[in-house]
Design a protein around this ligand. Structure first.
Ligand code: NAD
Length: 366
């Protein structure tokens, strides 16, 4: 099959880590007989330098014309980069916010997976970690508290701020369907997280999730209150497969879940719209402190590319081959500097490698 992939390399380590993800995609193409056509798209600081804008209309059109977009990261050091002297709507991040809106990316997926080889980076106790954990946080991204009406006003001489949390049944249904669809590709369990003991929006959330669940009799589901979920994530993370939740709860829970896996350089993410289209990017930023040194960890970007294969192209076998290759490379003892704790560096069975070597090694296992 032939796929058109928009590529936003971006700033800082972006070009370095995206180059490795493309290397791995090309290896997948050669092995499985696909063609990936890449179209470079400017966004962020590099776009400001070239065009004066963080995202041009031309770039939006190119992204829309792609089957999926693979992204590195954008932005520079906010205290030293001239990009941050510009008005907020002209800064690098404004480009990303605009692109997410233009593409109507309402579903954000963040896997939290603990590799056996990296368990030393997990802050949880050995008995809690057990055989490791593997969950997917699915967060609604375009509704709820962050998009509701807000105001700050003075009432009887007292400053009062109001934010509104609104969800309609259509918004809930489409994200719930996505959650059950994703669970079908995994271990077939959905935990829907809400605050239905207090919030009306959560009670509607729960009602709609129950309706949607009827169409997925092969997927087990449960409801969990958000405060309990925050506790369970550190008490017994193994119980989770897909966590389905609204925007603000997902914002908080996805950071909590990702922290228990260790390094930022390992964390993939995807944002999807109502079609198969998605934007795939590592959870970390442009890491200006290590940019250009060839030492960034490309694994999060490579795993984001694997998510693209699975969720936008339905190439499950190909995605699994990339994920397995990453595990094999870690098992063989290869580490970039961010996942190589000091005490490991002294061991003979682990080898510190650079960005491009990591890409090459992963290709070798595909
Ligand atoms: P950051 O994620 O870029 O870096 C935080 C720390 O993690 C740094 O020490 C960095 O070296 C390390 N790190 C990050 N990714 C790594 C990787 N792949 N391999 C090894 N180490 C890695 O966060 P920050 O320093 O707060 O932000 C830097 C810039 O990135 C800012 O301009 C910020 O706005 C931007 N940012 C962009 C995105 C995005 O493009 N979606 C996301 C977050 C931050």
């Amino acid at each position: 099959m032939e796929y058109k992939i928009g590529v936003i390399s971006g700033d800082g380590i972006g070009p370095e880590i995206v180059a490795e993800a493309k290397k791995v995609l090309d290896q997948v193409a050669a092995k499985f007989g696909h063609t990936f056509l890449y179209e470079n798209i400017l966004m962020g600081g590099c776009s400001i330098d070239a065009t004066g804008e963080p995202l041009t209309e031309e770039a939006i059109a190119a992204a829309k014309a792609s089957d999926a977009v693979l992204m590195g990261s954008i932005g520079g050091n906010p205290s030293t980069s001239p990009w941050y002297q510009l008005p907020p709507d002209k800064r690098p991040e404004a480009g990303l916010l605009r692109l997410r809106k233009e593409l109507n990316l309402f579903a954000n997926l963040r896997p939290a997976y603990l590799y056996a080889e990296l368990r030393e980076a997990c802050p949880l106790r050995e008995d809690i970690i057990g055989d490791g954990f593997d969950m997917m946080i699915l967060r609604e991204l375009t509704g709820g508290l962050y998009f509701g009406d807000r105001k700050t006003e003075e009432k009887d001489g007292i400053l009062t701020a109001t934010d509104t949390l609104t969800y309609n049944e259509h918004e809930i249904r489409r994200i719930a369907r996505r959650g059950f669809d994703i669970a079908r590709k995994r271990r077939k369990k959905v935990t829907s997280v809400d605050k239905a003991n207090v919030l009306d929006s959560s009670r509607l959330w729960r009602k709609v999730v129950e309706e949607v669940a009827k169409d997925y009799p092969d997927v087990a589901y449960e409801h969990m209150l958000v405060d309990n979920c925050a506790m369970q994530l550190v008490k017994d993370p193994k119980q989770f497969d897909v966590i389905l939740t609204e925007n603000m709860f997902g914002d908080i829970l996805s950071d909590e879940a990702s922290m228990v896996t260790g390094s930022i350089g390992m964390l993939a993410s995807a944002s999807l719209n109502e079609t198969k289209f998605g934007l795939y990017e590592p959870s970390g930023g442009s890491a200006p402190d290590i940019a250009g040194k060839g030492i960034a960890n490309p694994i999060a970007t490579i795993l984001s590319a694997a998510m693209m294969l699975r969720y936008s192209f339905d190439l499950d076998q190909e995605a699994a081959s990339v994920e397995t290759a990453v595990k094999e490379v870690l098992k063989a003892g290869y580490r970039t500097i961010d996942i190589m704790p000091q005490e490991e560096a002294k061991r003979r069975d682990v080898t510190q490698i650079r960005t491009a070597q990591m890409g090459d090694l992963i290709c070798g296992y595909i």
